[in-house]
Design a protein around this ligand. Structure first.
Ligand SMILES: C[S@@+](CC[C@H](N)C(=O)[O-])C[C@H]1O[C@@H](n2cnc3c(N)ncnc32)[C@H](O)[C@@H]1O
Length: 185
């Protein structure tokens, strides 16, 4: 598993600590509606860190074309109806440009600055002129509003139980899910 990440759960575990079976069972929320409202109808979307296709599949149903990228073959094996590419996001260089690039799931909070820069460079490298990059990030208080809890209407709860400094402007956050280190700002 990648340094700074931990995760447990049923089935295979990805290098960033996600349990594949857990993501296969997680329902989608309003992510596809938010994306559909922000981008042109029928756009070709590059989805970075697609996982099992929790968001990919509803985007396909809404008429978008999706290229789904993930470093986990176990995750990508669950994706249906989209072109899939197994790659680390940082190393991705398809030589193609997309109307929309999505970097969701708070991946932009990677604790390692070089990884963070690599993720953003990939967005820049793949977005078409006039296209857009959608990035999902935490609110400004995500390291101070602790402990906190979100009860999802579909029946699961996410708890952020502690945040501890891990040095060099990075904090380590423990939650009921994959643990990761994030920059403090
Ligand atoms: C928290 S899961 C979310 C999956 C999906 N976006 C969703 O919302 O259901 C994060 C996914 O991103 C992938 N991932 C994380 N960091 C990655 C990286 N640097 N390169 C490629 N894939 C990565 C993991 O393998 C995992 O499938």
């Amino acid at each position: 598993m990648r340094e700074g990440y931990e995760g447990t759960g049923p089935g295979a575990i990805t290098p960033d600590g996600c349990a594949v079976e857990l993501y296969a069972r997680l329902p989608v929320a309003d992510e596809p509606d938010i994306i559909a409202a922000a981008v042109p109808a029928g756009a070709h979307i590059l989805e970075l860190g697609s996982g099992v296709g929790r968001v990919t599949h509803p985007l396909l149903e809404r008429g978008f074309t999706v290229t789904a990228v993930d470093e986990s073959a176990d995750m990508l094996a669950r994706v249906r109806g989209a072109r899939t590419i197994r790659s680390s996001i940082e190393d991705l260089d398809l030589g193609e440009r997309f109307d929309v690039v999505i970097l969701a799931s708070f991946l932009v909070h990677a604790g390692d600055e070089e990884v963070r820069r690599g993720l953003l460079r990939t967005c820049v490298r793949h977005v078409a002129e006039g296209g857009c990059v959608l990035i999902q990030r935490e609110g400004a208080d995500h390291h101070t509003d602790v402990p906190r809890e979100r009860v999802d209407p579909s029946g699961f709860t996410v708890r952020i139980t502690s945040v501890e400094p891990a040095g060099e402007g990075v904090s380590s956050r423990t939650r009921s899910g994959p643990r990761r280190s994030c920059p403090d700002r």
